[in-house]
Design a protein around this ligand. Structure first.
Ligand code: ADP
Length: 438
């Protein structure tokens, strides 16, 4: 007996609550309708001349716009119930029964979609975008909400939510409009990019180490062997043919040394290109002097290919060309110009290097008497893997992958400098670059 009285009271309470809720919904719907009417009224007044369309037609047009918009749009009552949503919204959440869905109270709806922040952490109710907007916040431009939620078929959606409260003429909040922009794909791509970059960094550090270490060892062994062989020569010249054999061995070792140098350079180029592609070419910028860098690079080449003539037109001794640069990288550019000039011109041709002060710039150019380049080829030279058809290596044992000039171009661009070539077919080429003085 007591039990059923208790039950009845419970039921009664529930019914009361429900009635109150229905009444509240009714009030809010009326408010929203009134608001809509007001909007229409003001539309009518601001466009008094436009009497081509009836109110109904305009209403239909607005409906059509609402449903055609790609972003999900939702209109809320002040308590967070959904008045209506557009097709994109139902599509985004994969909601098959729109009416059923929007009739659920906000707590149930947000449980269905597992509302989380951008890190995937569940969001407290006061942070939900709809709650923020219903408190009067505007979510727009730089200040959109970044949320992750679950669709009805269990997919995770990452969305930017913008929104604004609806206000009546007295400034009271009569509801909210939210727009959800699906950024899932972009976020996945960003994630992919982060992962890709991490793997690239890992590859670069392993590759640099694993490819270079053996060559350093080989080079070290060649040097050691050369010294030992030199130590084998006898005061009296030894038995017949003995000295010739030693000379031959030394010659073979020198050849191996050159090959290792070439391989080192090719591996270096490949690693540099990987770094450039991954935006990982880092400069170690210091105060240095372009004239000095160039002189050293010239000296190195004179030493490496003693049979070639490299003329240097230097600046006067009292002129400094201070630059802020990664000295090793700039030296790499000069060396690349030089090795190209040497390998693409005949062994009996000179190569000329000029260092100049040009106003606020320091300029280096390398001139050769090689085949020269057509205007069309000059454009493509700086591209990755591009090698001019028909231009053969004239001298030396160098080989090319078509990467050197691409790397030079990148290095000079990273230094805010300019790089270029002046050339005509049959008249040799002058490769140059210039850098702003510090
Ligand atoms: P590579 O390692 O093949 O020399 P580069 O990027 O340094 O690559 O040069 C690209 C191409 O430009 C070369 O393959 C060659 O065809 C052409 N080239 C470069 N320098 C010269 C030069 N001084 N004279 C003529 N052709 C050149």
């Amino acid at each position: 007996m007591n039990g059923s009285v208790h039950m009845d009271q419970e039921l009664l309470k529930e019914v009361k609550k429900l009635r109150a809720r229905v009444a509240k919904l009714e009030r809010e719907r009326e408010q929203a309708l009134a608001h809509g009417q007001q909007e229409l009224e003001s539309l009518r007044q601001t466009q008094p001349l436009d009497n081509t369309f009836s109110v109904d037609e305009r209403h239909a047009a607005l409906e059509a716009v609402f449903d055609t918009i790609e972003d999900a749009l939702v209109v809320y009552t002040p308590s967070g119930d959904i008045i209506r949503a557009n097709r994109a919204f139902y599509r985004l959440l994969n909601i098959e029964q729109p009416l059923e869905y929007i009739q659920q109270p906000i707590e149930v709806r947000s449980q269905l979609i597992h509302m989380c922040d951008e890190h995937g952490e569940p969001m407290p109710e006061e942070s939900w975008p709809v709650r923020r907007v219903l408190r009067g916040e505007v979510l727009a431009n730089g200040d959109v909400a970044d949320i992750i939620f679950m669709t009805m078929d269990g997919r995770q959606i990452h969305a930017d939510v913008s929104g604004a409260p609806m206000l009546d003429s007295a400034g009271n909040i009569t509801g909210a409009v939210l727009a959800l922009h699906d950024v899932t794909l972009r976020k996945q791509q960003e994630q992919f990019h982060v992962e890709e970059t991490r793997r690239m960094d890992e590859f670069l550090s392993i590759a640099s180490h694993e490819l270079r270490t053996p060559m350093t060892t080989i080079n070290g062994n060649i040097q050691l062997a050369k010294r030992r062989v030199k130590g084998l020569s006898l005061p009296d010249g030894g038995p017949a043919g003995y000295e010739d054999k030693l000379t031959l061995i030394l010659e073979l070792l020198s050849r191996a040394e050159r090959q290792v140098r070439i391989q080192n350079r090719l591996v270096g180029d490949l690693l540099d290109v990987s770094r450039i592609q991954a935006n990982r070419l880092e400069l170690n910028v210091v105060d240095c002097d372009l004239a000095e860098i160039t002189r050293e690079a010239v000296e190195d080449q004179r030493f490496a290919v003693p049979n070639r003539t490299i003329l240097l037109h230097d600046v006067p001794a009292d002129v400094a060309l201070p630059i802020q640069a990664d000295a090793d990288r700039i030296s790499q550019v000069v060396t690349n110009f030089l090795t190209n000039a040497l390998k693409y011109s005949a062994a009996d041709r000179v190569v000329e290097v000029q260092i100049e002060l040009q106003g606020k710039f320091a300029r280096v150019s390398v001139r050769d008497e090689g085949p020269g380049l057509s205007a069309q080829n000059q454009v493509h030279l700086w591209e990755r893997f591009y090698r001019v058809p028909g231009i053969e290596i004239q001298s030396g044992s160098g080989m090319g992958l078509g990467l050197g000039l691409y790397i030079c171009h990148t290095i000079i661009a990273l230094h805010q400098g300019q790089i270029g070539v002046d050339s005509k077919v049959g008249e040799g080429s002058t490769f140059w670059f210039r850098l702003p003085l510090a």
